[in-house]
Design a protein around this ligand. Sequence first.
Ligand SMILES: Cc1cc2nc3c(=O)[nH]c(=O)nc-3n(C[C@H](O)[C@H](O)[C@H](O)COP(=O)(O)O)c2cc1C
Length: 435
Amino acid sequence: MADQMHLMQMLIHSASTHTLLSWADPADRQLAGLRDFAYWQDLAKTLERGCFDAVFFADSPATHGVYQGSTDASVRYGASWPNHDPMPLVAIMAAATERLGFGVTLSTTGTTPYLATRRISTLDYLTRGRIGWNIVTGFSEAERAANGSTFDFSHDERYDYADEFMEICYRLWDSIPPDAVEMDAGKPRFADSDRVKPVDFQGKYLKCKSVAPVLPGPHGRPVLMQAGSSGRGMKFAMQHAEIIFGIQAHVAGMKKATAGLRQAALDAGLKHDPVVLYGLQPIIGGTEEQAQRRADELIARIPLDAILARLSGVLGHDLSQFDPDDALADMDTQASRGLMAATASSADGKAVTLREAASRWALSVAIPQIIGTPEQVADRIESIWREVGCAGFNLSPTTNPNSVHDFVDQVVPLLQARGVFRREYTGTTLREHMA
Ligand SMILES: Cc1cc2nc3c(=O)[nH]c(=O)nc-3n(C[C@H](O)[C@H](O)[C@H](O)COP(=O)(O)O)c2cc1C
């Protein structure tokens, strides 16, 4: 196990954070921040001051419309709507920082490999290697409908398609040897055209014929991240990802998932343990009672309809048709199998009702809340890290920017004092931070 943990901060470019209706809380500033560069730059500078490895932008590219067969509840409550693009924020936030890394979600369903590498690599070049791509395969029906996509792939075939998508990305990234770009004004020769080979790929699903569009960043390829946790999702992660995100509702689930990922790494012939970050949501107060009151106050505002609108989209089932007090049947899904498993799993093996499952999706995405004083939060984070043996955590905020400020100002110094989190960056790129 490494000496120090890694921390990323999960953000979304929308009215709410993962805490539903956070925009309606008096402490919230994110709604106004949707039209304010300074809001996002302040968040970035705060996280860099806290020596975070990276910001992690989750993304729902389109509004869930599975619940009651409509987008009404999502729109009414601002739940998975609006769907602003995270990419411009990365540029804005990177401009205000020098070391902070950025993980940004981009789905293989809504774009082409050429356009994806162009967008991601432009940011990677501009930031000198601070970019990671969270590769998602487009589990949401809403995304396919919004793009008029004719894909009708099953869960596993989406990953086959994504394998081919990545093959083209690798060819584009690897087609420019770093020393082939000469930029020699004297000759004048920009690059050695004999060594910059155009890609010409024709696969089962995809084609690409082009010279790579963007100059390579310091490591050639950006950092690749992935969060699929079904069997096929893990296989994809082992083949492509340097960092894996896990969502588990409890520590027992994290331990089991970590063992599963280690086995998948062995099966894939990898020589190192996978780098896994689990989602956690700190809720900090001056006293334990104040922290609990804050959590209760945030939950009290959230109607069941708002939660079910999001959860129905994620699980691919219209949950309005279920009795909230029925056990969440172990249903299959063509949407997110990993999130389905995390939602339906209990530490004690008892069946989880739909109402209980919904309560896991109110404040965030089926991850544990760590509620208490800064000392209690630091204790719990350290003990989970040691017990699970993971690389670190992807933290979910409640209201922003105050919950991020509180963590950086009150919890990070405690983790640093215990020697379990860096006091300063030693590298400049995201890959170096995560090494
Ligand atoms: C921590 C975590 C974060 C995720 N973030 C996103 C996201 O921002 N956007 C998205 O479309 N899917 C997201 N997903 C969904 C997964 O990337 C994956 O597509 C989905 O879980 C289906 O794969 P599976 O059935 O193999 O688990 C996330 C999943 C996890 C566990």
